[in-house]
Design a protein around this ligand. Structure first.
Ligand code: PMP
Length: 385
């Protein structure tokens, strides 16, 4: 039946992260720095709100857009945290995670043959999202020497007459890079000049350790051409609840809503109830988790540099992205040998695009004890090279 599979589906590779997960399943005593997921359980008040709503019988569909009370809560939150203004009844769609929001955002704007500039290294879903929509992803490298920011020069060089949109993610998975207002301004001017759409995945917005996160849509004239994507998985430790959202001016969000209606109908209602509680009473638990991530970051990144893996200090998200160039191994070889010889799982940087090669991604969303043991094991591994 292989011949019956669509060309587009054949073109996309299986996720390189999953490949490592499968290897880990067969091993014992593995310290995993591989998964991009908080190690905390969802705060109990959030769980309880959902349990209570089920007890009350709230088990049906919501409106396609999402529960009005959640839409209102999200727009209030975006305004209070990031000075970002959207109409809760017209300019937002509650989705099944940021994953669905990314997919329907791309499908809402891409026609066959359109190019989408993807700031790389990036989350593994971006290129497949564009390919499945019939478009061509065009990587735009964000280099370590620029603190993994997207520069105006790199963006201009990649624009062509077929470019439709630009996809960015800051704070970034996998580099931990962030964009300040000035660097955002420089790329937004180009996006406006070339009449492009900006898809800005801000799922790590709360995990910004040194400076307040700047929402792309608040910069210059970006708002009218930006699709802002966010969700609850990272900031509130809610990966399993599958709730995210997309905000955009009406013409764009209405189109995304139309697609969402047909593919998802609505986001899980139990998750929507929990998400509302997260925004209403989740600040304290969220901030406690974030200060713990910051301590882990400092411990782990200093440790990496001490043992001889040079690592840029990530400013956001929960990933360290050290270079393995000095070891003489490729990132794939490094990750595979580190797993088989020392039982530490990391993800090769090239999984996140060619500009990620020569690096490994280590998630520090795990306990300090694990991080210390992982550093010992990585040091032991380096000493054998
Ligand atoms: N965007 C980025 C950059 C991510 O890292 C992830 C999850 N790893 C997602 C989107 C998907 O998040 P969600 O759980 O909300 O679907």
């Amino acid at each position: 039946m292989k011949d019956h599979v669509s060309r587009k589906a054949r073109e996309i590779p299986p996720s390189g992260i999953r490949k490592f997960f499968d290897l880990i399943q067969e091993m014992e005593d593995v310290i995993s720095l591989g998964v991009g997921e908080p190690d905390f359980a969802t705060p109990w008040n959030i769980c309880e709100s959902s349990i209570y709503s089920i007890e009350q019988g709230a088990t049906s569909y919501s409106s396609n857009r999402g529960m009005p009370a959640l839409c209102e809560e999200v727009t209030r939150y975006l305004d209070r945290r990031f000075n970002l203004t959207y109409n809760p009844h017209k300019e937002i769609v509650i989705t099944s995670g940021a994953s669905e929001a990314l997919d329907i955002a791309v499908r809402a704007i891409v026609d066959p043959g359109d190019e989408v500039l993807v700031a790389e290294p990036c989350y593994v879903a971006y290129a497949p999202n564009v390919i499945l929509a019939g478009g061509h992803p065009v990587p735009v490298p964000c280099l370590e020497q620029d603190a993994f920011r997207l520069t105006a020069d790199a963006l201009v060089e990649a624009v062509s007459s077929r470019t439709k949109a630009v996809m960015i993610n800051f704070p970034n998975n996998p580099t931990g890079g962030v964009m300040d207002a000035a660097s955002l301004r420089a790329i937004i001017d180009i996006i406006v000049d070339h009449d492009l759409i900006l898809i800005s995945d801000e799922i790590y917005a709360e995990l910004s350790y040194e400076a307040q996160h700047v929402a792309a849509a608040t910069v210059g004239d970006a708002w009218e051409r930006t699709i802002t994507i966010n969700g609850f998985s990272k900031a509130y430790a809610m990966t399993g609840w599958r709730v995210g959202y997309l905000c955009a001016p009406e013409a764009l969000s209405d189109t995304a809503l139309k697609i969402h209606q047909y593919v998802m109908l609505c986001a899980p209602v139990m998750g929507q109830v929990a998400a509302r509680e997260a925004l209403r009473h989740g600040d304290r638990a969220r901030d406690e988790m974030i200060s713990e991530y910051k301590m882990r970051r400092n411990l782990f990144v200093r440790g990496l540099n001490r043992i001889g893996l040079p690592c840029h200090m990530p400013q956001g998200a929960f990933y360290a992205f050290p270079s393995v160039g000095l070891t003489g191994l490729s990132d794939q070889e490094f990750a595979e040998r580190l797993l088989t010889e020392e039982h530490v799982a990391v993800v090769p940087g090239s999984v996140f695009g060619t500009s990620g090669s020569g690096h490994i991604r280590c998630s520090y969303a795990t306990s300090r004890e694990n991080l210390k043991s992982a550093l010992d094991r990585i040091e032991a591994f380096l000493s054998t090279l």
